[in-house]
Design a protein. Structure first.
Lengths: 221, 281
């Protein structure tokens, strides 16, 4: 990376992180830049793949690919009030195809496959695997009973949804820990580059001075 | 003691961020070299790739995004090196718009990617041993189309017709794939449905930490073969392949950061308990 790239990297990273200190205009500018760049990237990549997958064969005489561009026109017409409803035609087509494809796989993946995975013999090859399977079975029954809303479970049976709640809490705790680890992983990658890029160090120093001035200004108020 | 815990509860959270920033900066300046022990999941992925017969087709779905930064990119880089090192046929494709940018970054090196990967170093030739097909939009519909017809892009990412690339003779449909490795933060279920359930292709995921818990149930049911989880997954794989890179270097930062979070959670809970004991809300 060149010096200017390093500087830009440092400025935009610290601008985004400045939200941790407080809401400010520098953060907003960086946020809008990021959103704009991301949208531009998607637009360019989308157009490039449309050229490759649809336009090239169309120009070679495979006219069926013309449908792609015909169906794209109503999306542009969305911006004009009188022609706006036309966008529903390609949207309906997309939703229909997407739902059809999605449903085909979702039932097997998320219901049948998961049920099959949960219904295993309790006794496994090793004691630890057996313990694992027992825990999965108890957790599955407990968590399912927690979401059983058609009847109010009372008496000694109410211990089952309570156990389910503990399993759900443990699961959410694990998910939170993983999320935290993931966020740190991303931050550490950027932080390493901030420290290692000479030009970015100047930006850190500049940011610290700005924060120090702001703290003093707040105190004086 | 009780009063000081209560005071600690009322402290401005920005001080916590500052402490954390200072703490995680220490190992960057002076690496601690804490040990990394590969998990069973990483070992399973490694053994699977090692066991593939020569000229097996490995498809990599490079759908990593800048938002998941170091987590997925470090995984992608280390798996890429391992596959390039072996006598395998590597097809790379991106189902996310940011994928092409990050695929290029792996070859050029840089932020969140580490040192550049040079396929020539492993004796690999573009078009014969590996190819990049570029970005395919469309989500689940694209997964289906690509599995049915791997030639749907007609050209590779740089516009070379697929007929001119010998590697593409090995890969026509998903039935030719020996494994697919997807680096993605979303649409896992759709990939399982369209690639594993439809073609029974072994599916390995490289996932960010936030998605890892969802994977365990799919691994238990056998729908997902194994996974690399977050930066730790990449670091473990770097140890296994002896290709020490960015992920292993960042593990100290991650460990200290996590310790800081654990300490904050313990202090927060202690404060909560103390407040409850003293009859507060």
């Amino acid at each position: 990376m060149g010096a200017i790239e390093n500087l830009l990297f440092g400025i935009f990273t610290l601008a985004i992180w400045s939200l941790v200190y407080r809401e400010n205009i520098v953060y907003r500018i960086a946020e809008y830049f990021y959103t704009g760049f991301a949208a531009a990237l998607i637009l360019v990549q989308g157009w490039e793949s449309a050229k490759k997958i649809a336009l090239a064969p169309l120009l070679k005489g495979e006219y069926i690919w013309g449908l792609v561009f015909i169906l794209a026109i109503p999306f542009i017409l969305f911006f004009y009030k009188r022609t706006r409803p036309l966008y529903m035609i390609p949207t309906a087509l997309l939703v229909g195809i997407g739902t059809g494809i999605g449903m085909r796989g979702a039932i097997h993946t998320q219901i049948i496959g998961q049920l099959a995975g949960s219904m295993r013999p309790l006794i496994q090859a090793t004691p630890l695997d057996t313990l694992n399977t027992i825990l999965i079975t108890i957790g599955t029954f407990g968590a399912l009973s927690y979401f059983l809303f058609t009847t109010n479970i009372r008496g000694p049976l109410k211990v089952i949804p309570r156990i389910g709640r503990i399993f759900i809490m443990a699961g959410l705790g694990g998910a939170f820990a993983n999320t935290g680890m993931g966020r740190f992983a991303n931050m550490s990658g950027v932080l390493l580059n901030l420290w290692n890029k000479t030009e970015a160090i100047y930006v850190i120093a500049g940011a610290l001075i700005v924060i120090a001035i702001d703290v003093l200004r707040q105190r004086m108020k | 003691m009780i009063m000081s815990i209560k005071k600690l509860m009322e402290i401005d959270s920005r001080y916590l961020y500052l402490v954390m920033l200072i703490l995680v900066s220490i190992p960057i300046i002076q690496p601690l070299g804490l040990p990394i022990r590969p998990s069973d999941y990483a070992i399973k992925v490694y053994n699977f790739i090692e066991s593939l017969p020569p000229e097996s087709v490995v498809v990599i779905d490079a759908a990593q995004t800048a938002g998941y930064g170091a987590e997925l990119q470090t995984q992608y880089v280390v798996i890429l090196k391992h596959v390039l090192k072996k006598d395998l046929k590597l097809i790379i494709v991106s189902f996310s718009a940011e994928g092409p940018m990050l695929v290029d970054m792996a070859y050029e090196g840089g932020i969140i990617s580490g040192k550049p990967v040079d396929p020539a170093k492993y004796g690999d030739v573009y078009g014969e041993d590996y190819v990049y097909l570029g970005y395919i939009p469309g989500g689940e519909t694209a997964f289906v189309s690509f599995a049915r017809d791997c030639w749907m892009t007609k050209t590779d990412a740089s516009g070379t017709p697929l007929e001119e690339l010998p590697i593409m003779q090995y890969c026509k449909t998903a039935e030719d794939w020996n494994v697919i490795i997807a680096f993605t933060g979303g649409n896992h279920e759709q990939r399982i449905a369209q690639w594993y359930n439809a073609y029974l292709v072994p599916l390995i995921f490289g996932v960010p930490g936030v998605s890892a818990p969802r994977m365990y149930s799919y691994m238990a049911s056998g729908q997902v073969y194994s996974m690399l989880s977050s930066l730790i997954g990449a670091a473990e794989y770097e140890i296994l392949t002896n290709e020490i890179g960015l992920a292993a270097a960042l593990m100290d930062v991650l460990n200290l950061g996590q310790l800081c979070v654990v300490a904050a959670v313990i202090i927060g809970n202690l404060g909560y308990i103390v407040t409850r004991i003293r009859g507060g809300k």
